[in-house]
Design a protein around this ligand. Sequence first.
Ligand SMILES: Nc1ncnc2c1ncn2[C@@H]1O[C@H](COP(=O)(O)OP(=O)(O)OP(=O)(O)O)[C@@H](O)[C@H]1O
Ligand SMILES: Cc1cn([C@H]2C[C@H](O)[C@@H](COP(=O)(O)O)O2)c(=O)[nH]c1=O
Length: 200
Amino acid sequence: MGKLIAIEGIDGTGKSTLAKNLYNALKEKGFDAVLSFEPTFGRYGKILRQSFTSPERLSPEEELRLFTEDRREHVRDFIEPALKEGKIVVLDRYYLSTIAYQGARGLEPEKIRVENEAFSPRPDLAIILVLDPESALRRIEEKRGETPNSFEALDYLRRVKKIFDELDYPFIQKIDASKSKEEILEDVLNIIIPLATEDT
Ligand SMILES: Nc1ncnc2c1ncn2[C@@H]1O[C@H](COP(=O)(O)OP(=O)(O)OP(=O)(O)O)[C@@H](O)[C@H]1O
Ligand SMILES: Cc1cn([C@H]2C[C@H](O)[C@@H](COP(=O)(O)O)O2)c(=O)[nH]c1=O
């Protein structure tokens, strides 16, 4: 059986950067790794990505339904087959994001966890990148040269971060995202290499 590694955190913490760097480093070290992300570009993910830039945000319940259905397809069609083939699956977001982001819109975090774990394999490791929302938003503005979308409003990200900070499942490791990209990658590899070489 392979290993499932999720990279989590609020917008702008450097998840996509770390996920790509981690995937490349694992491949260079000879591991059979694959990289994916949520929301996907499947039928549900497309609706969600369109909603990010529309003036009217979807209801929390509709968002939860779409993220969950997107993940159900992702688990069935990509994640489980890759794990069965013994691959290391690196995910740029997974169900901890649903707990934090839809929880920050008033839905029950524990209910979201139970609903998702009914069909989603628990990660072997979830890295939560931790950074203050102000710095995270500055990174987004520098990256995109534009003001962030509704998902990224400062007060909302503060609520999202609070939920991430309160998560303490045994598979979670929290990493200081204010470090350099190189330091973060080194910290994460020091955790993952022993995990990846375990006999399973
Ligand atoms: N450790 C770091 N230190 C400084 N800048 C960083 C670091 N990691 C990533 N960045 C920069 O911050 C910006 C956001 O990075 P990235 O897109 O990886 O974040 P993200 O968490 O995936 O954001 P989003 O959730 O909005 O997609 C990019 O310009 C990236 O180059
Ligand atoms: C998986 C997932 C994501 N979101 C939010 C978080 C982001 O603001 C957007 C897009 O994510 P990206 O990493 O910037 O591409 O979607 C969410 O609200 N709930 C989720 O389950």
